[in-house]
Ligand binder design. Structure first.
Ligand code: ADP
Ligand code: MG
Length: 678
């Protein structure tokens, strides 16, 4: 087994020079090399016929080189072309900035090229992304791996080394699954898997190989989480024992009944708060599912137990709104709620900090201002972070570092399935609100072309006349930018006010206004004095004005799915029918798809999955070095069944005698770093 971790430089045929090349690829030993997964494959058994090429589509063509040509573009870019012919026609293969190809690709060779097709019948061009000159050494293999390379290392050389590794060393790789389990989950041997990942016999063998190695990766990942948990001492923290009736009192006076899902989640949180183990809980719930009240009840529990609580929100508007609604919830009780944001005046800030340190303030609501160093609590018992995805890893952690090991609750409205959440968020416990408050009507979502935008504004003014409706109109930027011809909020505001909405009260809110101005406008909108609120994305998260029933997003194609869903979540909060108009002319297929998906689904879980698929894990969570990014075969989106399987296997098997796996795990997840917690 040690063989697998031996420095690659001592292998047959690999000297110091080669090993330097491998090290540039992050490959130090055989184990790494086996996990150097092909980024694509050539399937030569089934090439496309040149006569059936389609403009704009990808294609893979096999033919003979009839001639080559090197030239230089006006901007000095080298262009290399080769005319490739098969029995149905000819295509010009084009490479950019690879002048050395003139010495590699020559007339008479058989070649395999793939890339994107441009042009028309008779004048096809292929923008080459992959190519392979065919010779005896690779003649007999149908499917060839394409690896990520580095300078000095060719596909051919890497394939030869890989072949050698597979025959000479693969048998050292341990099989961690017993026969029974392999049968039960219908997975192949590890050896078969590696062979067929690198050199698939055929499509079917590749799929079996992929499944097994995806499971292998996920299993090692789950085990790495286990090992870490086993090593870290459970953190002890505050035990919240109620000394007053505050919680019961509050529950009796709630303006509505909790949904079952909310009640269950509150129970889970209380259970954690009572226990001496530190709470580190993620609360997932779709936009509008009612997370704020859950947070408020958690904070009530802390206060009733003689501690302070804090809640941090990503924007001033949201902090202000939380401040008002939390104040309202607690106003029959002797609970002191204060707010601290970036625009709190110096004098007020000093007073708040004093009162906080001496214990006169029970609940502190605020923005990033809460995590500044000089903010000190008397006895912080619970830290809540709302819309956690809007904060950085460090910022989230900082609030938990205030006080002496307070319990921590983080909340998010980009929910993902439980198994995935448990995997991604490592040592966090997960609570899910999977139910909406009663009486909600599904928001009707309509995608509208720019040219039809006026119809939307006409609809709004009739809804205001007939149903006393209120509407948000959201634009992406504050001022006209020269580069992008966005309709800026300011211009739109002025246009609308002078034209369609001449008889209607229109407000404007954006990030550059002072906090007091924002507050004033929000308050007037809340009171119904302003019917149409033109806004930038400052209202994206959390804003809660139940009477508003229309959301218009201008240039909707510029927003991601989660953002659109958040914006849409500002309406549909009461029991009236709500509408969301997405106005835009998407330039890309993806952009168009996003808007269509929005029309079709209101389910935040589904949308988060789409978003994850479109943007990938790193972008979605905004954490690049996360251990999950080291997954090379498994996909967090496509392999959710396997994620479940891996969890079951880790729970049910006895891994005690698998200590040796630690090496593998450490090797595989070199930089494992969890998103939350620390
Ligand atoms: P989010 O989960 O997006 O933060 P909020 O906490 O802002 O959602 O709640 C959305 C709206 O639903 C608020 O107006 C809130 O008062 C209301 N709400 C929350 N829970 C219930 C419930 N159980 N029954 C009725 N309305 C509720
Ligand atoms: Mg919220």
């Amino acid at each position: 087994m040690e063989h697998l971790f031996q420095d690659i430089q001592y292998l047959k045929g690999i000297g110091p020079k080669r090993s330097q090349q491998f090290k540039r690829l992050g490959v130090d030993n055989i184990f790494d090399l086996l996990w150097h997964v092909p980024r694509a494959y050539f399937n030569r058994s089934n090439p496309d016929k040149i006569k059936s090429l389609v403009h704009g589509e990808p294609a893979a063509v096999r033919g003979v080189v009839k001639g080559t040509h090197s030239s230089r573009s006006r901007r000095g870019m080298n262009i290399f072309k080769a005319l490739v012919q098969d029995d149905s026609g000819a295509v010009t293969a084009v490479w950019f900035n690879q002048p050395f190809l003139a010495g590699i690709i020559t007339s008479g060779q058989e070649i395999f090229v793939s890339g994107k097709v441009k042009g028309t019948q008779g004048a096809w061009e292929l923008n080459v992304s992959e190519y392979e000159v065919l010779d005896e050494s690779s003649q007999h293999i149908d499917v060839l791996p394409i690896y990520t390379l580095t300078e000095g290392l060719s596909q051919k050389a890497l394939r030869a080394i890989m072949m050698n590794i597979l025959t000479e060393y693969l048998h050292h790789y341990p099989e961690i699954l017993g026969e029974e389990i392999k049968k039960q989950y219908d997975v192949c041997d590890i050896a078969f898997a590696f062979h067929n990942l690198h050199f698939p016999q055929d499509g079917k063998a590749y799929l079996r190989a992929r499944k097994r190695l995806a499971l292998e990766e996920l299993l090692l990942f789950q085990l790495s989480l286990r090992l870490e948990q086993a090593k870290s001492q459970p953190q002890s923290s505050i035990v919240h024992i109620e000394k007053t009736d505050l919680v019961q009192d509050m529950r009796d006076k709630l303006p509505f009944e909790l949904t079952q899902a909310q009640a269950k989640v509150v129970d889970e949180i209380y259970y954690d708060m009572e226990s001496p183990r530190r709470m580190n809980r993620l609360l997932q719930g779709d936009v509008g599912s009612g997370k704020t009240i859950v947070a408020a009840l958690a904070m009530a529990r802390a206060v009733a137990s003689g501690f302070q609580a804090a809640i941090m929100a990503p924007t001033e508007i949201l902090a202000e709104q939380h401040y008002l609604s939390i104040n309202r919830l607690f106003n029959h009780h002797e609970v002191v709620v204060a707010r601290l944001t970036g625009s709190t005046s110096m004098g007020e800030r000093r007073m708040i900090l004093e009162a906080l340190a001496s214990g006169q303030i029970d609940i502190l609501v605020g923005t990033h201002a809460l995590i500044q160093e000089d903010v000190q609590f008397w006895r912080l018992g619970l830290a809540v972070i709302d819309e956690q995805h809007r904060f950085g890893v460090k910022q989230r952690a900082l609030l938990g570092l205030k006080g002496d090991m307070p319990d921590v609750l983080v909340m998010t409205a980009t929910p993902i399935p439980r198994t995935l959440a448990l995997t991604v968020y490592g040592d966090l416990s997960v609570s899910i609100i999977d139910e909406m408050p009663p009486g909600r009507k599904t928001v009707q979502t309509i995608f509208v072309r720019n040219s039809d935008g006026n119809k939307v504004y006409d609809f709004i003014s009739s809804q205001i006349d007939e149903n006393a409706a209120q509407a948000y109109i959201v634009c992406p930027l504050v001022e006209e930018s020269e580069k992008q011809d966005l309709i800026a909020a300011v211009t739109l505001y002025e246009e609308l006010r002078e034209d369609v909405f001449a008889d209607i009260q229109v407000g404007l809110i954006h990030g550059r206004l002072k906090a007091a101005e924002k507050e004033y406008i929000m308050e007037r909108f809340k009171q119904g004095e302003v019917q149409v609120l033109v806004s930038t994305t400052v209202i994206e998260v959390g804003v809660d004005v139940p009477a508003a029933t229309i959301m218009v997003v201008v240039h909707a194609e510029r927003f991601g799915l989660s953002q659109l869903h958040q914006l849409r979540g500002r309406v549909g909060r009461g029991n009236k029918q709500s509408y969301c108009f997405l106005i835009g002319d998407p330039h890309t297929e993806d952009g168009y798809k996003r808007l269509r998906i929005m029309e079709k689904t209101n389910d935040g879980f589904k949308l988060a999955q789409h978003d994850l698929m479109i943007r990938g894990a790193g972008e979605f969570w905004g954490v690049k070095q996360h251990g999950l990014n080291q997954l090379k075969v498994a996909s967090l989106v496509k392999d959710q069944k396997l994620i479940e399987t891996s969890q079951r296997l880790v729970e049910n098997l006895n891994w005690a005698n698998c200590n040796y796996l630690e090496n593998y795990i450490n090797r595989k997840f070199k930089k494992t770093q969890h998103i939350a917690g620390n």
